[in-house]
Design a protein around this ligand. Sequence first.
Ligand SMILES: [Zn+2]
Length: 214
Amino acid sequence: MSTVSIAQKQEMNHIWHDIIANLKGLSVEDVYNRYVGGAMRVRGNKGYVRCWHADGDTDRHPSGVLYLAENRCWCFRCGQGGSTIDLVMQTLNIDFKETVGMMSADFGISLPGNSREEREQAQQAARERTVRRELESRFKEKENNIYQKLATLHRAIDRKIAGIKTVEDLERVGGLYHVKPVLEQVLETLRTGTTAERLAVLKSESVRRWCKWQ
Ligand SMILES: [Zn+2]
């Protein structure tokens, strides 16, 4: 009969602790997209989604909130939520152990029994994900601020253009006719563009200038 030493037991506990911490540290948005999917409206650090519980697709208004910075979730329709692990357990209606096994496999996190090297690689990958997510979260917040500024500017330009009544008015603010479509193009890119396209737009000279206008 083989015996497991206390040191080995402690080692195993550490590993499980790390795995669970890694899974809870996964981006709640990535976890949602992989296991639930569907429309998400992001506002600041919150993603509004439909209920992910049983018959959640009958939820006509988004009752669920993903807290993107904390990687937690809550469904106001069911009064349930929690960590990324809870999200998957509730979505698929499976137990903790099965959920941890599945998520670890899907996100490349090694379970105990794998080699030390594999575990270290998985931990390194998890650390890199954390850094990337922090950067993305900061980028999103900044992007959101700029978008709000530009949208406000767009409304102001609309009002000015609507107020043009005389030739003198036109001479004074008519240049805005040229600004408006360019600004609209930028807003469209920020709404629907790829990360690279959005980044290019955010760095552009005109966006910097527009943001200083207010
Ligand atoms: Zn729900």
